[in-house]
Design a protein around this ligand. Structure first.
Ligand SMILES: [Zn+2]
Length: 167
């Protein structure tokens, strides 16, 4: 599935590695004023979080480093730590705001593993509800995604402002 992200974030982290053709890097490069349009939920010191434009489920977000790096093991240890801290934080935020029955959390490293974008590592956080397995095809056909994304973004962003992220 092709992602056409509209970008965001000015140069920010020293020594940051960027890649021009990368949708995540384009988002990072845009100014913060575009965060709502890009569904950026939080910009931390080393990692940030965005809603997935092609969600497997409502509330599907991604936590990722600013740096254009493909592998978890190539990230600096502080970035690795922040990545997991923010994943855990958003599990709490989603639970608070959306009351899911469970979560799928994971990383696809490499095309062979199913990564749509395989050169900028990202952690998927997908809330799950009982009986929600057909969510994706249904909303894909009814084109309800933009409204749903907007509403989910507003709800989660409000919670992020209420409960400051750890990093
Ligand atoms: Zn990138």
């Amino acid at each position: 599935m092709k992602h056409i992200w509209t970008p965001w974030r000015k140069p920010y982290v020293a020594g940051q590695v960027r890649h021009e053709g990368c949708v995540f890097c384009r988002i990072v490069a845009q100014d913060e004023q575009h965060d709502p349009a890009n569904y950026v939920l939080h910009r931390g010191q080393r990692v940030f979080a965005v809603l997935n434009l092609y969600p497997y489920n409502n509330g599907h977000l991604m936590v990722l480093p600013y740096e254009h790096i493909a592998n978890l093991d190539d990230l600096a240890p502080p970035t690795q730590a922040d990545l997991m801290h923010l994943v855990c934080y958003f599990v709490g935020i989603i639970r608070r705001g959306m009351s899911p029955a469970g979560f799928n959390i994971g990383v696809n490293l490499g095309r062979a593993a199913g990564a749509g974008i395989d050169d900028h590592v990202h952690v998927h956080v997908v809330p799950r509800w009982l009986g929600d397995t057909n969510f994706m095809p249904v909303i894909a056909e009814t084109r309800v995604i933009p409204e749903l994304l907007d509403e989910t973004y507003r709800n989660l962003r409000a919670l992020v402002e209420q409960y400051p992220p750890p990093c």
